[in-house]
Design a protein around this ligand. Sequence first.
Ligand SMILES: [Fe+2]
Ligand SMILES: [Fe+2]
Length: 271
Amino acid sequence: MTPRDLGYWGASRVFKGLSESHSINEITLEMPGNDATETEADLRRLPASRVQTAAFYEVKDLAAGAAVVLLTADDPRLVMESLNLQLRDALAWETQAVAGGFRTRVVLREETEPADVVDLLIRDHRRVDELLAKALRRINAADVAGARPLVAAFAAGLRRHIRVENELLAPMLPQPAGQDGTSHVAVMLREHDELLAQLAEIEASLAFDAAPEAWEVEPFVALLSGTLAKHEHREESNLFPHWAAALRQQPAPARPALLARVRAILEATET
Ligand SMILES: [Fe+2]
Ligand SMILES: [Fe+2]
């Protein structure tokens, strides 16, 4: 069984058991089918004001399959949350109180099993964002042909994501309102229409037989990128905390079933 089979928490127990028998700073764990490197950084003697910067340099280039263990004198919860914001939700971590401080094992979030449907949606936000960002970079380099497959993958991904939110989750999860009484779900649905309209403009601009010039397409892609970032931020700040709380109240068998269904739609194994 590999760490991936066990999921993050199981994997972390396997690594922990092995790593605690080592006192050197960097060890390579030989595990069947998974060569993982675990690096340990002892930040306990640093002044509190320097811990976050030091931790950032330890984790910023974290690679797939690798882990960084941070030893800190103080509870690193706020430091980790701040680092994770800096790195756009790329991190997953587990902290334990140990003699002399705290031990935090950090891995890439994509290496771990999603905790719930909301976690899966947030990861999907980052995935579609990256596809559009890559398309925009190609267009800015005057490579419209290179941008086409990226726009196509983005469009398919965005439509699947919106389908999950509109058709599967909105009807079954709470419809909370903001302080001004506006429904967060109503805002979400309206913004989805806006996103799809902007996407249609891009697809139309790329659909001409004669390849368009990059400057003809770029404003549409840049506009959609900005609209999407604001939309995702609003969902993650206003709506998703309510949905996550409702999902935690679901009976145990319903949770993995819904997670599997959402995953199948997002990964296009269910049409
Ligand atoms: Fe959305
Ligand atoms: Fe979303």
